[in-house]
Design a protein around this ligand. Structure first.
Ligand code: ZN
Length: 395
């Protein structure tokens, strides 16, 4: 079989996915006898896409796994931290700092940035979706719109940002939870009727899998909802994936299905909706009796964050290109309003505009190539994200 076009783990670790100019830089530095220069390289962003006011920092665990063993040290804000890209004085806030000879980690610059930028964009979109959903269930369904090589990364990032479950098998494995899915329209089409498909699913699929039936394939949703109740013993929910051409007033349709279910004694059957949902369309239907949302492209195709890696210190002395702020900076954040601060000093006292004092939030994650922080599970990181969203009153 011919090879697929994806980079495997070996390619990434060996630098095959790097932009070629990093390799050339390494060659030149080595040939010039400058490979030993120690630098501090800062990872920061000037602004966030779509005018987002804050982002969710995601991808750190994978970057640690990538760089562990190299002769470098690294500090970073904890994964899952809600951050703003700049301080009130518009200084770029370091999300991570890498210390060592540039030639020892430069060939991984492209990979490191990619591992932060895309996951952080997805985690931020997931958090914003969770807020729009007013803390109701959000299921990440967006893998099919992205390349399968990154399915696990997409699902992990969606989950960390606040999604309650993910749909891919590899994603489930990475986050340590069963993946969630309902039924594709194909099953009803091939089995010939809702009833046949619903009954077959109930008979054949393991008992622990929640029974959530898709009810928009052939007939009106309220008819199919009752059909599902009759065909499946322990029906957990019904999913409306109603096509745009039939949606009319989606909010009323949801309320009508709820009414019909309740009236027929199925108050405990949940209503899940899906199909092209995003933050704004969810906001329009969240105040109905809907229990959860399946969200696809709006999360998996989230804008990537525009983070950069910049040398800010050379042999212990501040240096930087134009437009960047030199010096090794420690990252601070206000525990109340999450405004950010930086200082050239560790454990500095920085007052926040809101009256609180900022806290230093960076931690050392690698020292001389050895991991010096405890690995946190995706569930722990997700809990940290949700707690912060509650703190700033978003959730
Ligand atoms: Zn504050």
């Amino acid at each position: 079989m011919d090879k697929l076009f994806i980079a495997d783990e070996k390619d990434v670790r060996e630098g095959s996915t790097m932009d070629v100019y990093f390799d050339r830089t390494k060659k030149i530095l080595e040939a010039s006898g400058l490979s030993g220069i120690k630098v501090c390289a800062e990872i920061s962003g000037g602004s966030l896409p779509k005018n987002w006011k804050w982002g969710v920092f995601c991808g750190l665990e994978e970057v640690i796994r990538l760089t562990e063993g190299l002769p470098i040290s690294m500090s970073a804000i904890p994964e899952g931290t809600i951050f703003r890209p700049r301080t009130a004085d518009s200084v770029r806030v370091p999300l991570a700092n890498i210390f060592g000879a540039y030639t020892d980690f430069g060939i991984l610059e492209t990979a490191i940035l990619g591992m932060f930028c895309q996951p952080s964009g997805i985690a931020t979109a997931a958090a914003r979706t969770k807020i729009a959903a007013k803390n109701k269930t959000v299921l990440a369904f967006g893998n099919r719109r992205m390349h399968p090589a990154v399915a696990g990364v997409l699902d992990r990032s969606s989950y960390i940002g606040g999604c309650d479950s993910v749909s891919s098998i590899i994603g489930g494995r990475i986050i340590g939870r069963e993946p969630v899915g309902t039924v594709p329209h194909t099953l009803m089409l091939l089995m010939g009727s809702n009833d046949a498909a619903f009954r077959a699913f109930d008979e054949i699929i393991e008992e622990e899998v929640p029974r959530i039936m898709l009810i928009d394939t052939f007939s009106d949703e309220r008819t199919a909802a009752l059909e599902a109740c009759n065909s499946v013993r322990d029906l957990k929910g019904v999913r409306l994936d109603t096509p745009g051409s039939r949606r009319g007033n989606f909010k009323e349709l949801i309320n009508e299905v709820r009414w019909e279910l309740d009236m027929n004694g199925h108050k405990d059957v949940d209503i899940i909706v899906s199909g092209g949902l995003d933050e704004s369309s969810i906001a329009g239907i969240v105040d109905t009796s809907v229990s959860g949302f399946g969200v696809g492209t709006a999360i998996s195709n989230a804008p990537t964050l525009d983070l950069a890696m910049d040398v800010v210190e050379k042999d212990g002395q501040p240096i930087s290109k134009r437009g960047k702020f030199g010096g090794r900076k420690f990252t601070y954040r206000c525990p109340q309003c999450f405004d950010m601060g930086v200082s050239l000093k560790r454990d500095d006292r920085i007052p926040c505009g809101c009256g609180c004092e900022m806290e230093m939030i960076e931690t050392e994650v690698l020292r001389g190539g050895k991991r010096v922080c405890k690995e946190r599970t995706p569930s722990e990181i997700r809990e940290y994200v949700l707690k912060q969203l509650r703190t700033i009153g978003e959730l």
